[in-house]
Design a protein around this ligand. Sequence first.
Ligand SMILES: [Fe+2]
Ligand SMILES: [Fe+2]
Length: 296
Amino acid sequence: MSINKNSGIVDGNNPLHNLDEWEEDVIKRYPDPTSINKDKKEEQFRNYEETEKDGVKEFYRLNHLYQTYEFVQQKKAQYLKFDKKEMPIWSAFEFLNELVDDSDPDTDLDQMQHLLQTSEAIRNDGHPDWMVLVGLIHDMGKVLCLFGEPQWAVVGDTFPVGCAYSDKIVYPEFFQHNPDYQNPTYQTKLGVYTQNCGLDNVHMSWGHDEYVYHMMKDYIPEPGLYMLRYHSFYSQHRENAYDHLMNEKDHEMFKWVRLFNPYDLYSKNPNQKSWEELKPYYQALVAKYLPVNIKF
Ligand SMILES: [Fe+2]
Ligand SMILES: [Fe+2]
């Protein structure tokens, strides 16, 4: 048995049975509009609190409690040196698949399957090949769990730190216990930032999005980098809660973030082609954009 790898062992710091529980909760909050009964308003489907799992709520509590401005700086210093590991992307996928919880019958997909379903849905809709690649790698940052990071520092909705929390973030009341909540500098609307300073100047809560963005920033076109970096920033791409920090370019680029999000959330496909069949295409795609070894 292993610890801290979402292997079905719930401990105080890791209340989810697996990382997918957070994404399942996001889908309850933001259901697929194409599958919504047309007679009901979307609001009625957003009443997810009745069905939520206690582990998910506890996960958000820890996330909102511990993701401070200082914590984000520490994690950036620790991980953005990329001195942990170096491997071909294919080994990284195998590494990522160690996150599979084989004791949980509800988890039918490994991480690689989610990535392939996302990328294949993007490819089937005829989007540019770099966007297909983004689909394939967007959750690569979850390897943070395998480096010993707790779930609340890997997944979860991301949000700016160093300024007031939006009540559009899931469970905003949990922020009252974050130490930054007591720091007046961090609790004005703009906090340490300036009006429309641009998201590149804003520190987001730490997790798999920020990590994979930095990993890929020399290799992928800019709209793809926005998709990687902000795909869990639901309070902005779904709720527009941080327009005051966004600049013109961010607004333009968030069209791409919004284009990507349904592929991440709603691309489950029971008839997915086998990896053997898909392999030649993806090998060529990876070779076109990425170096032989990726640094972690
Ligand atoms: Fe993700
Ligand atoms: Fe994902």
